[in-house]
Design a protein. Structure first.
Length: 80
């Protein structure tokens, strides 16, 4: 049996969440739900987990009335 050297890193939903939140534009709750397949309460729990891990997640109020707030990682913990 031969071993493959083309092992790709796992793409976890948490990594997807961090990638979307690290964008300059950030992401709203609906975008995070669609990307992960999670329910809104699960996305909010993941945001709390990131905060507990030392990430700074800022919430920006919607630009227009009826719009959705945008979440963005503005600081990472040391060593992350």
């Amino acid at each position: 049996m031969s071993k493959s050297t083309d092992v790709k890193p796992r793409k976890t939903k948490s990594a997807t969440l961090r990638r979307l939140l690290s964008r300059k534009a950030g992401a709203d709750l609906a975008t995070l739900q669609e990307a992960t397949g999670w329910q809104p309460h699960s996305v909010r729990a993941a945001l709390s987990t990131l905060r507990k891990a030392g990430f700074r997640v800022d919430r920006t109020e919607p630009r227009s009335e009826g719009g959705a707030p945008v979440y963005r990682i503005t600081a990472s913990p040391e060593g992350a």
